[in-house]
Write a protein that binds this ligand. Structure first.
Ligand code: TMP
Ligand code: ASP
Length: 237
């Protein structure tokens, strides 16, 4: 399958048309940004890890009953996916307090919740992805009530799967962000990526951060952390 014209370039990926109107090719970059692009850098090898990790998770999630956009891996950094129109919601699940949750509510990081939380942000860089609730999402017609219900069901199913997978690797899944897309017939599928860019992953014993927070917070050892979680994933597969 051939890459045709560039359809879209995001912060971490490029999307190309193909000769099949229902399929596009995603090309993962090593570029890293944080704070809505205010901080920029490169994480060497990240594109390869994020591509391969995402694809392995998407394939597993399909068999666990969560439909995804994944079709097939083309190369180290490139994957064929179904063309979707992205629902402009960032869907965030949290198992443990961290990041913007800890900041917003004035609590420390590391509080283990009895039940996972779910929240939505309006995917809009110009507005800095503001937090919004279901009634706001409905008022703005970002999704239908039926779509929100399906998104919530899939997001919690992804959490169940990822939590238990990472736990078997000695990694604690703190929180993560998902995006969903609509196929031409309106069906919702999981899209975007599942990677150390979009998940907080802590070593279960030492609580060492093994994700993009090392880049966001200038902790050093960014490439090593990405390589370590990928190594643990491959060992567990
Ligand atoms: P937050 O605590 O900063 O709201 O982040 C929650 C989770 O979402 C965390 O695992 C990182 C991920 N995330 C993204 O994937 N993209 C983003 O733009 C942001 C802000 C967070
Ligand atoms: N999506 C954020 C940005 O673009 C990055 C993040 O914090 O993950 O800057």
């Amino acid at each position: 399958m051939q890459k045709l014209e560039l359809l879209y370039e995001g912060k971490a990926k490029k999307v190309y048309a193909t000769d099949d109107p229902a399929l596009v090719i995603v090309d993962y970059k090593d570029d890293a940004t944080a704070f809505n692009g205010a901080k920029k850098g490169t994480i060497a090898g990240k594109g390869v890890i994020n591509n391969q990790m995402t694809n392995r998770f998407m394939a597993k999630l399909e068999t666990a009953g969560v439909p995804t956009h994944f079709v097939r891996e083309l190369s180290e950094r490139e994957t064929v996916v179904k063309k979707v129109s992205i629902v402009p919601l960032e869907v965030i699940i949290r198992n443990i307090s961290a990041g913007s949750f800890a900041k917003r509510y004035g609590v420390e990081e590391g509080i283990v919740f009895d039940e996972p939380t779910i929240e939505f942000s309006y995917k809009c860089d110009a507005l800095d992805d503001p937090l919004l609730n279901t009634s706001h999402a409905l008022a703005l017609k970002l999704a239908t009530p039926e779509e929100i219900a399906v998104i919530e069901k899939y997001a919690f199913a992804v959490n169940d799967f990822l939590k238990s997978f990472w736990s078997s690797c000695g990694v604690t899944l703190v929180d993560f962000k998902l995006e969903f897309g609509r196929l031409a017939d309106g069906r919702l599928v999981l899209a975007d990526e599942i990677s150390p860019d979009t998940c907080r992953l802590w070593d279960s014993k030492t609580h060492e951060k093994l994700d993009k927070d090392r880049f966001r917070r200038d902790l050093g050892g960014v490439e090593g952390a990405y390589a370590e979680v990928m190594r643990r994933m491959m060992e567990a597969l």
